[in-house]
Design a protein around this ligand. Structure first.
Ligand SMILES: CC(C)(COP(=O)(O)OP(=O)(O)OC[C@H]1O[C@@H](n2cnc3c(N)ncnc32)[C@H](O)[C@@H]1OP(=O)(O)O)[C@@H](O)C(=O)NCCC(=O)NCCS
Length: 211
């Protein structure tokens, strides 16, 4: 997996053969709204229903952009455009989702535009993100430092089968369950907690951190 990755210490973006994980920007608004407005995408991801107007998505995007975690441990997922058309250089592809730790905890959040489900993009992004979180140390342009994580955690609604499959496929293991852990637009919801420790990630990838 890591042979496909390039992580730039200047921008802290993460690249696979199909995707770029990079910091969110204001010109991502339309693409971000595309998934924040999808009922199926936000059902278990958000505490509120799908956004019906662009202003709600703008608020969400501005919060992400203003966060010190943007582009350090929290990223939008850009699809690499391989269609050159009549130009010598392809235009940037669309932003198809987001993935990352949005605060100081080890908890990850991920969502993909439904039009891009079923193509392995989420698995690609999560595997690349895990590599970055466990094995990469660097500094962003403004001096914010990214240090290796000890573990990543996901809090998933038991009904969220796609997320559970994704996490298991990427090496996460269930370690706890909780009832009525949060109240969302669906009412009270339960949680299954998954984790991926650095030790397990190193075992699965046949590597050791810092290499
Ligand atoms: C969770 C989520 C990101 C998973 O997306 P996904 O596309 O199902 O996940 P993957 O990237 O692993 O894709 C797996 C599918 O791609 C297929 N696939 C196609 N090409 C593939 C490839 N090159 N590599 C791997 N899988 C590939 C797999 O066979 C699998 O198919 P299936 O859906 O028929 O089983 C998405 O469902 C989502 O955004 N859900 C809503 C948000 C959410 O609930 N977030 C979690 C909150 S905790």
């Amino acid at each position: 997996m890591s042979d496909k990755l390039v992580s730039s210490p200047r921008t802290l973006s993460i690249r696979t053969s199909r995707l770029i994980l990079r910091k969110a920007r204001e010109d991502d608004l339309e693409d971000v709204h595309a998934f924040l407005s999808q009922e199926d995408a936000v059902r278990y991801w958000s505490s509120s229903p799908a956004y019906s107007n662009l202003a709600q998505s703008l608020d969400w995007l501005e919060t992400m952009i203003a966060s010190p975690h943007n582009g350090v441990t929290d990223f939008v997922i850009e699809l690499i455009n391989t269609d050159y058309g009549s130009t010598s250089k392809p235009r940037p592809g669309p932003v198809i989702g987001k993935l990352g730790c949005w605060d100081n905890t080890d908890v990850i959040s991920f969502i993909l535009n439904k039009s891009f489900w079923g193509k392995g993009y989420a698995a690609d992004a999560l595997q690349a993100f895990s590599w970055y979180m466990f094995a990469f140390t660097g500094e962003s342009q403004d001096g914010r430092r990214k240090t290796p994580a000890d573990k990543l955690i996901a809090d998933v609604d038991p009904r969220n089968k796609r997320s559970r499959t994704l996490l298991r496929r990427c090496g996460f293991v269930e370690f706890a369950r909780g009832g009525r852990t949060r109240k969302t637009h669906l009412g009270w919801c339960d949680s299954i907690y998954y984790e991926l420790t650095r030790e397990r990630w190193e075992f699965l990838n046949g590597t050791s951190s810092g290499t």
